[in-house]
Design a protein around this ligand. Structure first.
Ligand code: ADP
Ligand code: MG
Length: 226
């Protein structure tokens, strides 16, 4: 049967110091990567060394990715300007983006959005939220099962669900979601869902996971309808 866990008030602390450190680390990384890329294009450099260069560049990419995820959490709240955002536009953009990055290659994302699902939020952050959730759903589906994304209006709310038929989670795994660096993937950062919790909270929404091992997962996000 399905276990349900609601985690609204998770991880409010984001750590300004972490943000400062992350920022200071990112700059030298970018410089080093620039040099490596320069040598990668140099015809004088021999082939076997080029292979090493490309491994080094990949690792730097990963490090940069972790750091930008971090920065997007710890970034001090700038002016809180809320816009009326159409969820349909957000989800269409996210689907396109995931295709562009080849992240939804064989997996197909099945999108069904009711007209007029508008919420008070920031569209960039909403995209970040759904990229993270849909990416997780795709990564959990080893046999390219479709990921189903739905949005509908219900009793003054917009309810968005992301459903996969992938590997699912145990109740203890579900309880760990959102904990920084909690990841069961070899190349995961374990920061994606922490970011999601922060974004949902920022726009006074809720996020809920329903999962069963080997059956799949449904993530439900709710915001007030405007
Ligand atoms: P990452 O994707 O980098 O590992 P996340 O914070 O996005 O970090 O996710 C944390 C962990 O939660 C994942 O490593 C995975 O084990 C689990 N998880 C998240 N979404 C799903 C899902 N749809 N199905 C199964 N496991 C999931
Ligand atoms: Mg993730």
């Amino acid at each position: 049967y399905y276990e349900q866990v609601q985690q609204a008030e998770r991880l409010k602390t984001t750590g300004q110091m972490a943000a400062a450190v992350a920022h200071e680390i990112r700059n030298p990384l970018t410089v080093v990567k620039g040099f490596l890329q320069y040598y990668e294009e140099d015809p004088e450099v021999n082939k076997s060394f080029k292979r090493n260069l490309s491994l080094m560049i990949d690792e730097l990419h990963t490090a940069e990715h972790v750091i930008s995820q971090f920065l997007s959490i710890a970034k001090p709240d700038q002016e809180k300007t809320l816009d009326c955002v159409d969820i349909q536009v957000v989800l269409n953009d996210v689907t396109e983006l995931l295709k562009m990055y080849g992240l939804s290659n064989d997996n197909c994302i099945v999108l069904s959005v009711e007209e007029g699902c508008s919420v008070n939020a920031n569209s960039i952050e909403l995209k970040q939220l759904f990229v993270n959730l849909i990416k997780n759903a795709i990564e959990a589906s080893p046999h390219s099962e479709a990921v189903i994304v739905k949005a509908q209006k219900y009793k003054g709310e917009v309810i968005i669900t992301v459903t996969d038929h992938g590997k699912g989670m145990t109740i203890n795994e579900v309880k760990s979601l959102g904990t920084p660096f909690y990841s069961l993937k070899s190349k995961g950062t374990g920061l994606g869902l922490m970011i999601c919790y922060n974004i949902v909270e920022k726009f006074s929404g809720t996020i809920e996971f329903e999962s069963e091992k080997e059956i799949g997962t449904t993530v439900t996000v709710r915001f007030l309808l405007v």
